[in-house]
Design a protein around this ligand. Structure first.
Ligand SMILES: [Zn+2]
Length: 231
């Protein structure tokens, strides 16, 4: 259901009361409703809660902006769901590198480098880590789902984990996925590949997801709660 440009996911369940949630990072709106109620009931409930929904979405958007990092020693950074303590070591020669050992992430970078340069190095490193994982994982899922010739790309995106253009058979994946557990990346990949068959998030789409990746709802929750963890 789409109201005023915002997609609302409606899930029918054997429950007594409506349950409304707004999730980070993109302010996804989810409503669980008792299974005997109609779409119109859901709609009037959503409208009655509209002010709360927009307030919540604004809060999430500003939280996202606050998670800006400075890339200095002592910060926490995540790779594939694991938390690492950043150690910045300045070098006078040699290449800029990032490596991990135990739960320490070491950034070797030339003395006097700006915060911008450190952020860039980190983004490049995340991109190469994610690319390596997605290359094998995308292959595995394409075989399993009997799909061929899908082009994919990693991009910096503000509001989506991924997107799929079924006509062009191309998938975009958010660079931020390098931070989340691998099972959540698999969820996003299967989700986007499923859009090659079904374009909207309807019942058929959900049934196909359940067949392809049982427990996908749980993985989605994990993905959306993960990014909300304090850094
Ligand atoms: Zn989708």
């Amino acid at each position: 259901m789409n109201i005023d440009g915002i997609d609302i996911e409606i899930e029918r369940k054997p429950i007594k009361n409506m349950h409304l949630s707004v999730y980070p990072p993109d302010g996804r709106v989810h409503l669980s409703i008792p299974d005997y109620l109609a779409d119109n009931d859901a709609k009037s409930y959503i409208i009655s809660k509209w002010e709360w929904i927009t307030k919540k979405r604004d809060e999430i958007a500003s939280q996202e902006r606050q998670t800006q990092r400075e890339y200095v020693s002592g910060e926490n950074h995540y790779l594939f769901g694991e938390r690492y303590l950043l150690r910045v070591a300045y070098t006078t020669s040699g290449a800029n590198t990032i490596s991990t050992q135990g739960n320490v992430m070491t950034m070797n970078i030339r003395q006097g480098s700006t915060q911008e340069r450190r952020a860039e190095l980190m983004a490049e490193w995340y991109r190469s880590q994610l690319k390596e994982y997605v290359t094998t994982t995308m292959d595995k899922w394409m075989k399993q789902l009997d799909e061929t010739e899908v082009a994919w790309q990693i991009k910096t995106m503000k509001t989506m984990w991924g997107s799929c253009n079924a006509k062009k058979r191309s998938v975009l994946l958010n660079l931020e996925l390098a931070r989340v557990p691998k099972e959540c990346i698999d969820y996003v990949i299967v989700h986007e590949l499923t859009h090659l068959k079904v374009q909207s998030h309807n019942k058929l789409f959900e049934a196909l997801m359940t067949k392809r990746l049982p427990g996908w709802r749980h993985k989605r929750e994990k993905l959306n709660s993960f990014i909300a963890l304090p850094i």
